[in-house]
Design a protein around this ligand. Sequence first.
Ligand code: TUI
Length: 313
Amino acid sequence: MKTRITELLQIEYPIIQGGMAWVAEHNLAAAVSNAGGLGIIGAANAPAEWVRQEIHKAREITDRPIGVNVMLLSPYADEVAQVLVEENIPVITTGAGNPGKYMDMWKRNGSKVIPVVASVALARMMEKGGADAVIAEGTESGGHIGASTTMTLVPQVVDAVKIPVIAAGGIGDGRGMAAAFMLGADAVQMGTRFVVAKESICHQNYKDRIIKAKDIDSAVTGRTHGHPVRQLRNQMTKEYLQKEKDGVPFEELELLTVGALRNAVVEGDVKNGTVMAGQIAGMIKKEQTCKEMIEELMSETTELLQKAGTRYE
Ligand code: TUI
């Protein structure tokens, strides 16, 4: 399947793995790239030297391109941005902010820069600033989210910019992927489904929570202080949401989440940890290798697109 994104990024399939904190490390990224998608190392809040090591380790497992996601709220964002230049990273995605100040240095070095946007305004600004594509991420996603749904955001971004658009948020199978193409996207980015990949180093308790999740099992914390985060409901979200209702100050709410994502992903504490996952968790029922996932996604998607083609001919 050829799209503007497979051409731009020199990949076989239009599937990009999300840059999930703690989960998107070298094993997962290399497995996705080896399976023909684009694997991403999530720099998240990690120091720049960790990111460099992960890039080196991924390169031992795959010769194919891998990308890095820069989480712009990270205290290490400046140093990470520099490491990506030194390591000649071919594809850089960004999240949780405006990457404008890094754009020139990355573009001068030949990287393809693909910011996540949650609005048409930011998509337009990124195109003007030289972005090669944008990821339009709907509120169905796990982690830090914007307000618009994928269904409404993707076509509006597609209409607003000429660069390719990658759809993200709530996509977990061939139906979602085919729908994204119908909305005008040239590729999809998926996170939650890859969390349960066999190559994902995420703790089994976390994977099991996703596999057992029902459609309405996610909750959004942090709406009151402007940093909404989607995660699966547990003891921690219950306390957090009650405290938000009670008007507890941000600094006290923060105490509930310090180290909580690591506790869930690495230690398997799915009761008091942060179990970030998208609304699609309810549909994810099995662990597979990245290759199995990507092959299944591609056969479902192409079949649906062919069917749609005949129906509307
Ligand atoms: O970044 C993500 N997902 C994330 S980041 C993360 S770590 C974190 N944890 C707690 C609080 C904050 C961060 C966990 N999950 N996805 C990409 C994404 N970017 N979603 C939404 C946005 C976004 C939102 C507004 C991007 C830009 C934006 O506008 C910023 C501006 O300055 O205009």
